[in-house]
Design a protein around this ligand. Structure first.
Ligand code: HEM
Length: 145
């Protein structure tokens, strides 16, 4: 039962993160107004909350759910997934700093800043897809060592 509940919450959080990242990409466009910039900063806060929750639920699954920590700690795809998630976390720092700066300034962001943020979010989304591949391989026992 615990395995089922954790799996459901894990998937809901993953869809949430994907939705938030996609919303950021759609919102950060060349004609961003100061009001939209403030809204993007609050969307980004939700991204942080969901990312924190997925780490907690993910490690609960790895430790307390069906297969146990020994299974995952000896799986290369599990570690690839964790490293990729850490990479996404690092890549999300520069956009977050920019969003906070936009909100504080209260003025419409310039085109160069918008282009930079979009590049970061694109890479984050691409890595997210990679994580889905790693997750499926890991769950099926590929990459055991
Ligand atoms: C540090 C964060 C994370 C940890 C520790 C973690 C851990 C886990 C664990 C233990 C499972 C169970 C696999 C099994 O059934 O044997 C799982 C499944 C899964 N995870 Fe994560 N996860 C994390 C973040 C993510 C993220 C961000 C994504 C989104 C890309 C993701 C996508 C998936 C998917 C799609 C599955 C289901 C795989 C399947 O059954 O085919 N996980 N995860």
């Amino acid at each position: 039962m615990l395995d089922l509940v954790l799996a459901i919450v894990h998937h809901v959080l993953i869809f949430g993160i994907f939705g938030i990242l996609f919303a950021e990409l759609m919102a950060v466009r060349l004609d961003v107004s100061s009001a939209t910039a403030a809204r993007i900063a609050s969307i980004d806060l939700w991204y942080g909350i969901f990312a924190g929750a997925v780490v907690i639920i993910g490690f609960c699954r790895a430790n307390f759910a069906a297969k146990g920590w020994t299974y995952y700690s000896h799986n290369a795809f599990f570690w690839a997934k964790i490293m990729t998630f850490a990479g996404i976390g690092l890549l999300s720092v520069p956009p977050t700093i920019v969003f906070v700066r936009w909100r504080r300034a209260g003025i419409a962001p310039d085109d160069a800043g918008i282009g930079k943020v979009r590049r970061y979010v694109h890479v984050e989304l691409a890595l997210f897809v990679l994580m889905l591949i790693f997750a499926a391989a890991m769950a099926r026992g590929y990459g055991e060592f």
